[in-house]
Each structure stands twice: as structure tokens, then as C-alpha cells.
Write a protein that binds this ligand. Structure first.
Ligand code: MSP
Length: 550
């Protein structure tokens, strides 16, 4: 059995519709899943929805529907968006499903049996938006308003079950210190460590079920209480794998995926993932995640996203972008624009610029040049280099090697931009190689030595394009496949067993019918990346290079 790889996204609340933020984490997880599948791993990619809790109860009440109706309605929007963005998740969990609810109860039973939970009384300030109790000092420092939403905090006093979180803090600090990649990026790790050092109290993990209109997972020992929504939600990462067993036919089926390779999350939910969740796992004697990676937040056109400002990147906006460019381009842009971990700004201008510069005039143009020359000069057959050939194009080969050797480490550290940069460098090196060797001039020379050199040059270009596209494939699956199919042999589509190193191009007949841009296999087009000029002020000097032609 191949080595396993397990990646998760947060499960999204169903009180609001999906937007760029949700799509960001999910696309990043999809890229990791596709990359590791291509590497031959046994991959499990989990996403889903977080459906319990006061937020959902309130949102449903505002719309005059039951929480389950709201959840059923909104979940479709997430499922649809993931289909529209070509997300390849293996499972979609809803916390309202019996397979989840029953396992949450079993986890609580185990914690109770281990004396990790006790009944106490909670009195304090509660941030209803965040569904979190706030310490007295934090409440005071923020004028008894929510740090996140600015809304007034509510005073709560109620019996509550507590998880002995404080007990686990020393072990947790030690663990985070000993495992450099456990919380990433490192700046986030330091934040967590300093907050832990400031002291942590036991965690209230139940709410009176009546306050939630019965919408929650009842505490197994005391059904008048419902399990705190964060404990319920975090458990999804194991319940979806059939952990713990409850006798419903899913027990242990996917146990091999635990511990998770990476929980991808936004920076706002780091505390829950890096403190509550590992402490709970320690208390359950389950292995801890290998990595919790917190990414940054998106603003839009330079401002915080808001529906009233009109810069909200909703599902409709995402669809419009996919219509104008393609869903692959949207995926590419999000992971190319900023290093994963940093905050980013989405702007239509920047999207168009990157599309034109890096895709249309970059890899798209290189593919087009290469295929057109092979088409013209070698009767549509990818040339095989002569055994002695290969003395030229050292820079191209070096760029390909650098990409292939650097990618595993970059992907392991979620440095998506590094891989995309590597693709850009390989493309650039190959473009320069074509400009320097001028194959279009060489083609006029009939003597055998010149033909051999031409064959070698075009082989080098085709091989470079193949390798660039194989690495682009997790990010832009459809475009990369179309490009790879242009190279003359369907074998070139395979990442494994086809190695991603030099000289593994399967030479063959180009599938295009003799003229540039002809359709191949019915659905593939060469003109996948054409520069977009619509919307440009015609009077303004163009910031884009013209598409290079031969
Ligand atoms: N339900 C919880 C997660 C439970 S996981 C066990 C939750 N859901 S959420 O729907 O509110 O948010 C999910 C994710 O969206 C978070 O990771 C958050 O960081 C992300 N984003 C929300 N707005 C965002 C941006 N503007 N930019 C990037 N990501 C942002 O939290």
C-alpha cells in the first residue's frame, strides 16, 4: 500500500454563503491532494460543513426556518462551488450526520471515563459571534466588546462541563517547541507559544441544549447539555475516518490516514486548532496532527471585503472570473499571488496582469511556439534527440532539475508559490533558449547536421514544456492536461510512472491536424491561454507584452 497522505480544510459554517476565503483553503487542499496522488500516495482529502451552534440557530431563526433546513440549503452551495472549482475531495462531512454525531458522543464518553471532563459553573463574558467565552482581562481591554466583531459581549452564567485543558498546557508547550513544523508558519507558532505561556484556563465544553433550540450534539451523560460547537467541529477530522468505532459499518475503514499530514486553516482559527484540538487528542491518547498550517486573509481591491462596499468576492464573482478566464486561472491566481501564510489582496487588475504575463505570454505561448514548430518542421512528430545531442540548453535542463528537486520540499511546506515560480523560471529559460538558438532560421538549412540540431532543440523545448505542465497540473488540472495532450502522446499525461525528470518525453505524433490551433481529440485546444485585453482603457499604454509569435 502506498504511503498515505491526509489533508483537511476547516468545515465551513452554514450561516453564510461561500466566498473567496473558503475557496482559498479548499483550493490549496486540492492542490496538495492532487500533487500527492500524482506522486502515487494513498490520499484522503476531507472537507465539509460545520452545522451546529448558536450562529446557525440564530441565522435560521432570522430567516424563519429550522436550522436543518438552513443547513440543507447552504450545504448545496458549498458542494456546488467545489464542483465548479474542480475540487477533488474524497469525503464531505456534515456535522449533523449521525456518523459524526454518534462518534462525537463516543469521544466525550472516553474523555469522561478518563476524568478529563468535570461539571462546573461558568460565569463570564461570552462572544456570541465567535461562540467563545472571553477572559475577564480580554473583555476589559476591549471595553467588553468582541475583539473580532466589536459587538457587545454577553454575560453568561450557567452550569457547564469543563475539559481539563490547563492540565495539558505544559505538555502542549513542550510538544510545540520540540516539533518545529507542528504549527506553521513559524510566526504563528510563536504567537501560539506566547499566548500559551500567558496561561490558559480549563475549557467550557457544553451549552444548555435548550438555548440552542435542541440543535447540537447532546452530552452523552447529560442530554440537557450540548457539546460546545468547536469540540463538535474539530472532531470531524477523526470521525470522518471512522474513529472512534461505534459499530455503524464505517469503523476503522480509514483509520490508516490518522494522524493527518496537514490541517489547512485560516489564521483566525489557529487557537482552536493548535490548542484545543491537540489537547483533546492528548487526553484521548490519539496521535497529534503532523502539521497545522494557518494561511492569511484576503482583502479585495485594497479593502476589507464587505458586501456593502461592493468588493465582496462571492460565489457569483468567482463564477464570473471562471467564465472570463477559466476556473484554472482563478485557482492559479490565488496560490500565485502571495506566499501561503501571508495576507493577500485580490484585484482584477492583478489577476489580468498575471494571466497575461505568466500564463498567456508565459507557459501558454511557449507551448504554442513549441507545438507549432514541431508541427511545421517535423511533420507533427515530436523529434527524438540524437544520442550525442543535449549539449545545448543546459540552462533549460538546470531549471527543470531545480523545479523537480525543489518541489517535494516546497509542497511539504505548503510553499505553493515556490513551485509556481519554478515553473515560471523553466518557461523563461526555454523562451530564452528558443530566442538564442533561433530554430525557425535553422529549419531553412537542409543539411543533416542542422536537422539533427533542430531536432534536439525542439526536443528540449517539448521536454521543458512537459515538465512545466506536470508541475502545473495540481494547480491547473484541465489546462495542464490539454497542454500535455498537445505533446503527441497520451503517455505524457501521466505523472507516475512517467518521471518528471529530463529525457522521459514520450515522443509521438502531435495530435493537432497540421495547423496551429486545430482541435485535437475533439475537446483540446491550443489557444487555452490567450491574453485578455477586454476592459483595458484603449488609450492607456499597454502594460502587457504582445503575444510572441514565431
Ligand atoms: N466552522 C469554523 C471552522 C471549524 S474547523 C473544525 C469556521 N468556519 S468559517 O466558515 O467561518 O470559516 C472558515 C475559513 O474561512 C477559515 O479558515 C477562515 O480563515 C476562512 N476565511 C474567512 N474569510 C477569509 C478571508 N477573507 N480570507 C481568507 N480566508 C478567510 O471558522
Amino acid at each position: 500500500m502506498a504511503k498515505t497522505y491526509y489533508v483537511t480544510t476547516p468545515i465551513y459554517y452554514v450561516n453564510d454563503v461561500p466566498h473567496i476565503g473558503h475557496s482559498y483553503t479548499t483550493i490549496a487542499a486540492d492542490v496538495l491532494a492532487r500533487y500527492h496522488r500524482a506522486e502515487g500516495r494513498d490520499v484522503h482529502f476531507l472537507t465539509g460543513t460545520d452545522e451546529h451552534g448558536i450562529k446557525i440557530v440564530k441565522a435560521a431563526a432570522e430567516r424563519g426556518v429550522a436550522p436543518r433546513e438552513l443547513a440543507d440549503e447552504v450545504v448545496v452551495q458549498f458542494v456546488d462551488l467545489w464542483r465548479e472549482l474542480n475540487i477533488s475531495h474524497d469525503d464531505f462531512i456534515r456535522t449533523s450526520e449521525p456518523r459524526h454525531e454518534r462518534r462525537v458522543q463516543e469521544l466525550i464518553r472516553r474523555l469522561l471515563a478518563r476524568d478529563q471532563i468535570y461539571l462546573g459553573k461558568y460565569e463570564g463574558w461570552y462572544d456570541e459571534g465567535q461562540e467563545e467565552f472571553v477572559t475577564e482581562s480580554t473583555a476589559r481591554d476591549h471595553d467588553y466588546k468582541s475583539v473580532i466583531t466589536g459587538k457587545p459581549l454577553a454575560r453568561y452564567s450557567e452550569p457547564s462541563y469543563f475539559f481539563r485543558l490547563a492540565r495539558w498546557v505544559p505538555a502542549l508547550i513542550e510538544y510545540i517547541q520540540a516539533h518545529a513544523n507542528f504549527v506553521a508558519p513559524s510566526a504563528r507558532r510563536n504567537e501560539v507559544l506566547s499566548k500559551l505561556a500567558a496561561g490558559v484556563e480549563d475549557l467550557s465544553i457544553s451549552r444548555p441544549l435548550e438555548k440552542l433550540g435542541g440543535w447540537g450534539v447532546p452530552m452523552p451523560n447529560d442530554p440537557a447539555h450540548s457539546v460546545y460547537v468547536w469540540i463538535d467541529a474539530l472532531s470531524n477530522y477523526v470521525t470522518a475516518l471512522g474513529i472512534p468505532p461505534i459499530g455503524d459499518g464505517q469503523d476503522g475503514a480509514r483509520e490508516r490516514f490518522w494522524p493527518v499530514d496537514v490541517h489547512l486553516i485560516g489564521k483566525d482559527i489557529l487557537w482552536f486548532h493548535s490548542v484545543y484540538w491537540p489537547a483533546m487528542l492528548m487526553a484521548l491518547e490519539l496521535p497529534l496532527p503532523k502539521c497545522i498550517f494557518a494561511h492569511g486573509w484576503w482583502t479585495s481591491e485594497g479593502k476589507k471585503m464587505s458586501k456593502s462596499l461592493g468588493n465582496f468576492i462571492s460565489r457569483e464573482t468567482i463564477r464570473a472570473i471562471a467564465r472570463e478566464y477559466s476556473r484554472d486561472v482563478y485557482r492559479y491566481f490565488l496560490l500565485r499571488q502571495v506566499p501561503f501564510g501571508s495576507d493577500g489582496d485580490f484585484s482584477h487588475e492583478m489577476l489580468r496582469r498575471r494571466y497575461n504575463g505568466e500564463l498567456a505570454n508565459g507557459i501558454g505561448n511557449l507551448l504554442s511556439r513549441t507545438v507549432t514548430m514541431i508541427d511545421r518542421y517535423f511533420d507533427r512528430t515530436t523529434p527524438t534527440p540524437a544520442p550525442a545531442a543535449g549539449s545545448e540548453g543546459a540552462e533549460v535542463r538546470a531549471a527543470a532539475e531545480a523545479l523537480a528537486t525543489g518541489a517535494p520540499e516546497a509542497m511539504a511546506a505548503c510553499r505553493f508559490q515556490t513551485v509556481l515560480d519554478g515553473i515560471g523560471e523553466l518557461t523563461g529559460a526555454t523562451d530564452r533558449f528558443i530566442d538564442a538558438t533561433e530554430p525557425f532560421k535553422l529549419a531553412k538549412d537542409e543539411n543533416p547536421a542542422a536537422r539533427e540540431r533542430l531536432a534536439d532543440i525542439l526536443y528540449t523545448c517539448a521536454e521543458a514544456v512537459r515538465i512545466a505542465l506536470l508541475y502545473l497540473r495540481p494547480f491547473m488540472p484541465e489546462s495542464a492536461d490539454r497542454g500535455l495532450a498537445q505533446l503527441g502522446n497520451r503517455e505524457n499525461l501521466a505523472f507516475v510512472p512517467c518521471p518528471r525528470v529530463w529525457r522521459h518525453l514520450f515522443a509521438g505524433k502531435l495530435p493537432c491536424g497540421g495547423q496551429k490551433g486545430a482541435l485535437l481529440l475533439g475537446e483540446f485546444e491550443i489557444h487555452d491561454f490567450q491574453p485578455v485585453t477586454s476592459g483595458l482603457d484603449p488609450g492607456a499604454p499597454s502594460v502587457f507584452r504582445d503575444v510572441k509569435t514565431l
